[in-house]
Design a protein around this ligand. Structure first.
Ligand SMILES: [Zn+2]
Length: 277
């Protein structure tokens, strides 16, 4: 078994205050952080999440809940609205705007929870200092979720116009791409955090689930976009089917990883909670 090596914080990292990130190397171990007053000794638990600021851990935990809640609402909401739509077919046929608004509800709710959850989940550990890579999964997740908002709004805006369907389809695929990128990069971010639980096995599982969900899903969506533009290509259609199947299988694995991480984080939060009195 290999030793756990965190890639976000090396052994040479400065000792940073777990609350505000202040560099504590020159401060006596018995002292308090000159910036915020947190005891230096409480920041000593190296890179492990057990030594992290409880309020930050809580943010990550709540953010994870919001994202999962959003995905679950989407998975339930889409078929439910579809059934209701079929029920009220005659009424909705005459009211196109109501049909579009009603049909968009699950997606908009999902988008709102994904956005809020991503912001919380990617809150920066104050101990990490200024050494974070510009392409850290945390940053890529924020980039994708911020891209998803205008693209989804453009998609809905186009639905209400008489633009050719292919235009709104392309926006829909672009929207799907940003959402999948957000989920995949958030999972890579969880992989980084899992390495600091420390749980190298969970970290590796999160990473492989993110990769094997994200890349095939992106390929399938791109294939859809190409075919929406140039027409169906049999070989592309087949490749798309295979890619989608792989992505769905790994989406299940990805969900299981999220719950495993959630359990691990919950037990850390429970054990780091201040004892009453
Ligand atoms: Zn401090």
């Amino acid at each position: 078994m290999h030793g756990v090596q965190s890639d976000t914080m090396s052994a040479e990292s400065p000792l940073l205050c777990r609350h505000c990130g202040y560099d504590l190397r020159t401060i006596d171990i018995e002292d308090r952080c000159p910036e915020c007053g947190t005891a230096v000794a409480s920041s000593l638990a190296s890179a492990y999440l057990a030594g992290a600021e409880p309020s930050w851990l809580k943010q990550v935990y709540i953010g994870q809940r919001d994202v999962v809640l959003g995905v679950v609402l989407l998975l339930i909401g889409v078929p439910v609205t579809f059934i209701i739509d079929t029920w009220l077919d005659d009424f909705l046929d005459a009211n196109r705007t109501i049909r579009l608004l009603f049909g968009s509800l699950p997606t908009l709710l999902f988008l709102a929870l994904l956005f809020v959850g991503s912001l919380r989940l990617t809150t920066r550990d104050p101990r990490l200092g200024d050494t974070e890579s510009p392409v850290a999964p945390r940053r890529l997740a924020l980039l994708s979720v911020f891209a998803a908002i205008p693209i989804s709004l453009l998609y809905y805006a186009y639905l209400f116009t008489t633009a050719p369907p292919v235009v709104s389809m392309l926006f829909l695929y672009a929207f799907g791409l940003t959402v999948c990128a957000t989920i995949a990069t958030l999972t890579l971010h969880l992989a980084h955090l899992a390495m600091r639980l420390p749980d190298a096995a969970l970290g590796a599982r999160c990473r492989s689930a993110a990769t094997w969900f994200g890349i095939p899903m992106a390929m399938a969506l791109l294939a859809s976009a190409v075919q929406a533009t140039i027409g169906t290509v049999t070989l592309l259609r087949f490749a798309q089917l295979v890619a989608t199947l792989v992505a769905v299988v790994f989406a299940v694995k990805l969900f299981l990883c999220w719950f495993a991480f959630r359990r691990a984080l919950a037990s850390i939060i429970a054990s780091s909670a201040p004892s009453p009195g």
